[in-house]
Design a protein around this ligand. Structure first.
Ligand SMILES: O=C(O)CCC(=O)C(=O)O
Ligand SMILES: [Mn+2]
Length: 178
């Protein structure tokens, strides 16, 4: 894992542009026979559809601002990112439960670059066996890069918060092998 504060310098402009330009959706998730809307908005930019946790994400076009971030990350990290899952947490009651990005299409030990824009929220990382936990406050243009065993040995989450918080956008760039 590596962490860079404020990697996107003009993060307020980028947030505003992507809030407009991305085709946000709220998908339904079925768990234990109950169907509820996912507690966040999402969009998937890739070449083919992506299924995770029973959610089918149809690919959306890349807004130019997002493609520019993908290309800058690709140059800096030497990774040919070809897809992005975008999440918009509208307020503190939007969240993401513990999971790993370990779908077979992402390959073994994937490098996933995660950019956070807008309000800061806690991002929690938990070891699968020891349950040891780390948290980062991610927002305002921060970059977190997950590498190596970050998916196979750990799970991550964005917990709900009762504190008043504004919207936070997260962009996770991935290499997706169709
Ligand atoms: O919002 C975040 O920081 C994490 C998002 C995430 O884990 C994902 O999109 O798979
Ligand atoms: Mn994830």
């Amino acid at each position: 894992m590596s962490y860079r504060v404020g990697w996107v310098a003009d993060h307020e402009r980028v947030f505003a542009e992507l809030q407009e330009a991305i085709g946000w959706e709220q998908l339904d998730i079925t768990m234990f026979g109950r169907t509820v809307p996912t507690p966040r908005l999402t969009a998937w930019m890739g070449e083919v559809a992506y299924s995770y946790s029973g959610l089918l994400n149809e690919p959306q076009p890349w807004p130019p601002t997002l493609a520019a971030l993908r290309d800058r990350l690709g140059d800096e990290l030497g990774v040919a990112f070809n897809s992005c899952l975008a999440n918009l947490y509208r307020d503190g009651s939007d969240s993401m439960g513990y999971h790993s990005d370990d779908e077979p299409e992402l390959g073994l030990r994937p490098t996933i670059a995660s950019i956070s824009l807008g309000a800061r929220r806690n991002f929690a990382l938990r070891h699968r066996v020891s349950r040891q936990r780390w948290t980062w406050s991610l927002g305002e243009g921060d970059l977190l890069v997950m590498r190596e065993e970050a998916q196979s040995d750990y799970a991550h989450a964005v917990p709900k918060t009762s504190k008043p918080v504004g919207p936070r956008m997260n962009l996770t760039f991935r290499v997706f092998q169709a």
